[in-house]
Ligand binder design. Structure first.
Ligand SMILES: CC(C)(COP(=O)(O)OP(=O)(O)OC[C@H]1O[C@@H](n2cnc3c(N)ncnc32)[C@H](O)[C@@H]1OP(=O)(O)O)[C@@H](O)C(=O)NCCC(=O)NCCS
Length: 273
């Protein structure tokens, strides 16, 4: 297996070579080309790109064995979505290659829930307690960035920033109860930390020994960012509609009662006369 000459992963001890597994590196080399912003598109993961994404993930996060599951779950975009940066070299007519991606999960069970509901975070509380203790969390969900990566040859072109921005925009627009985005980042991941701070994420807390790097435990930082959109609570809307309908039904019943009474009196009056 070839060894990488370019950069190191933030998830690897300094000096350790990272095996090249993704085919796109050879394509870049054989075309003797560089990545150009105008040849890039940002779109949802295609089922046919899952293999490419897994190979890239093996390079970006070497200790982990990538799984199919969250890519497969991303395809219907119910609880996960994956946005990829596709590169279509001008030298090729049809082919496009994944050179970066961001995988996002959207749900309620998020450690940062209390922060989004009450603007505070208690690092001493357990995850389940954070969710339970988060008052005003009526149906709220949070987008959680599971992973983000860009190939070495295309770094420092703004692709990482664009992936984060696209994911935030998609989550805010398409998951009606989604109030913000959170993530864990390895405390040694300077580039990723720089990226999130540039994207105006707030550092909430440090989670000691969160990552297991081949037996060595490393701290994580939890970052979060609220979406700037009004939150519409479905429960309150349903409650309002039910009350409104009940009032109308009561009014109709009352009117019907009055009508029946009137008919009864008219009938009686006719009988008497
Ligand atoms: C973290 C990572 C995704 C960033 O991707 P990226 O595409 O290089 O990110 P950006 O280009 O948006 O920003 C990176 C830097 O390039 C700079 N930059 C952005 N556009 C630029 C441009 N057109 N010209 C020059 N520099 C530019 C940014 O200001 C930033 O500078 P900084 O490093 O001094 O903060 C990438 O380094 C990576 O894949 N790392 C390995 C995997 C990883 O650690 N993932 C994080 C998991 S939480």
């Amino acid at each position: 297996m070839q060894e990488r000459l370019v950069l190191q992963s933030d998830y690897q001890e300094k000096g350790e070579p990272i095996p090249i597994v993704a085919g796109v590196h050879a394509i870049i080399k054989s075309l003797k080309t560089t990545i150009n912003a105008k040849d890039l598109t940002y779109k949802h993961l295609k089922a046919t790109s899952i293999g490419e994404c897994k190979d890239l993930e093996r390079e970006w996060f070497p200790p982990w064995k990538p799984e199919d599951s969250y890519y497969l779950k991303s395809l219907d975009r119910k609880s996960y979505f994956t946005i990829c940066c596709y590169w279509k070299p001008k030298e090729e007519k049809e082919e496009e290659y994944v050179i970066g991606n961001i995988i996002v999960k959207v749900d309620k069970n998020n450690k940062a829930m209390n922060y989004f509901c009450n603007n505070k975070f208690d690092p001493n509380q357990k995850e389940e307690e954070q969710v339970v203790n988060a008052k005003n969390n009526f149906g709220k969900t949070i987008a959680y960035i599971c992973s983000i990566g860009v190939i070495d040859e295309a770094r420092r072109l703004g692709i990482g920033t664009k992936l984060v921005e696209s994911a935030n925009e998609y989550a805010a627009k398409n998951y009606r109860n989604c109030v913000g985005v959170s993530l864990h980042v390895i405390s040694t991941g300077k580039r990723a930390i720089g990226l999130y701070e540039r994207c105006k994420f707030t550092k909430l807390f440090t989670e000691p020994k969160y990552y297991n790097m081949s037996g060595k435990r490393i701290d994580a930082f939890c970052y979060a960012k609220s979406f700037d959109k009004p939150y519409i609570d479905n429960n309150l809307i349903v409650e309002f509609l039910v009350n409104f309908l009940l009032k109308k039904v009561k009014m109709i019943v009352r009117k019907l009662g009055e009508l029946i009474k009137a008919v009864f009196y008219i009938k009686k009056a006719i009988e008497v006369s």
